[in-house]
Design a protein around this ligand. Structure first.
Ligand code: ATP
Ligand code: LTN
Length: 329
């Protein structure tokens, strides 16, 4: 089984990225061949300062290693250093259509914040590159947070369409989402997703521990005093329960049981303790890796390994669609 996922280096990683994606990547290491990359080309789909992008890219690489990904088991690489992603993108863009691309929630959300005349083609075509990332490694499973499901579904549509036309060339991927924590909400406005590019009520993985505690203690809660999971009427408490349960690796029901007699204040303190207990040591590992620069050798070796697979898939696709391979004639 092949497992593949990636994170965009668009800003400081949040607790949402950690709980929804990063934390779980390592769990796949013993069940198959894992490919985890940094989606730096995707980071260009909205304006970003070059120095900020470089810095974030180093950060994401360090966070990957700090999360427990083992380069001996997992291929860790940078999307832009495997040119096959862009080459496959140039072919696959012909198999996704304007209508379906314009229906993508992420596109609608992100483009709504821009003037019509400033919406880049890359933002619109984002799912084509993402589909290329996935099929390039014949990935069977793609672990992502809830917001990315639509893109994986579109990849499946593309694969079906492509294979119907050319035979069984591409592998159809499935998304995998966590039961708890696939959508962490903002702490100040639990009606919106915690997102690194729109940092309202975010907890950043680089926040110092005192700041993390302060943010959780002042998180928006709801009327009433019961700690109960009820997304509709208690979105704030439900979000904190989700954070607690996913960090502790338990179900929502189990988490709820722990706090049946607790007041909001006590409950928030327990959530803060749990997050700090997990993120504290993670931050220490991150700092050491970021300072030593050891992620660079990992990315170099990862790119080489990734390229071997990517190259074969690209050839297969080029051949299927009828591009002439002059080296083999
Ligand atoms: P941006 O704000 O730049 O769009 P983002 O914070 O949404 O970024 P991505 O790089 O798009 O993060 O996502 C990386 C991974 O984290 C994806 O698998 C995504 O589904 C997951 N993820 C992002 N935000 C959350 C969240 N609030 N809760 C759970 N998972 C999330
Ligand atoms: N769009 C993803 C990042 C991403 C990705 C991928 C995830 C780019 N290519 C391929 C899984 C598989 C996001 O998290 N925003």
């Amino acid at each position: 089984m092949r497992i593949l996922s990636g994170i965009k280096p668009t800003g400081n990683l949040t607790l949402g990225n950690y709980i929804g994606a990063l934390k779980h990547f390592k769990d796949f290491q013993d069940s198959g061949e894992v490919y985890i990359f940094i989606a730096d080309l995707h980071a260009l789909t909205l304006p970003i300062d070059p120095e900020f992008l470089r810095d974030n890219t180093r950060d994401v690489a360090s966070f990957y290693l700090a999360s427990g990904l083992d380069p001996k088991k997992t291929t860790i690489f940078l999307q832009s250093s495997v040119s096959e992603h862009a080459e496959l993108n140039a072919i696959l863009q012909n198999y996704l259509y304007m209508g379906e691309l314009s229906r993508m929630t992420q596109f609608k959300d992100k483009s709504a914040k821009l003037k019509q005349s400033a919406i880049g083609l890359g933002l619109f075509a984002y799912p084509v590159l993402m589909a290329s990332d996935i099929v390039l490694y014949d990935a069977d499973v793609v672990p992502v947070g809830e917001d990315q499901i639509q893109h994986v579904e579109l990849t499946r549509d593309l694969v079906k369409r492509f294979n119907a036309r050319y035979g069984e060339v591409l592998v159809e991927p499935k998304y995998q989402m966590n039961k708890v924590g696939a959508r962490i909400m903002s702490l100040t406005d639990p009606s919106v997703k915690m997102s690194k590019s729109d940092p309202k009520g975010d907890i950043f993985l680089k926040d110092d521990l005192a700041t993390i505690r302060k943010k959780i203690m002042s998180a928006k809660t709801d009327s009433g005093s019961e700690v109960k999971f009820d997304k509709e009427n208690k979105p704030g408490i439900s979000n904190l329960l989700t954070i607690y349960a996913s960090i502790k690796g338990m179900s929502i029901e189990e988490a709820e049981k722990q706090f049946t007699a607790a007041r909001y204040g006590e409950f928030k303190k327990a959530v803060a303790d749990a997050v700090i207990e997990e993120i504290g040591p993670f931050q220490e590992r991150y700092k050491q890796i970021r300072e030593s620069g050891e992620y660079l050798a990992v990315l170099r070796e990862g790119a080489q390994k990734a390229k071997q697979i990517a190259h074969q898939t690209l050839k297969r696709v080029q051949n299927a669609v009828g591009l002439l391979n002059i080296d083999e004639l």
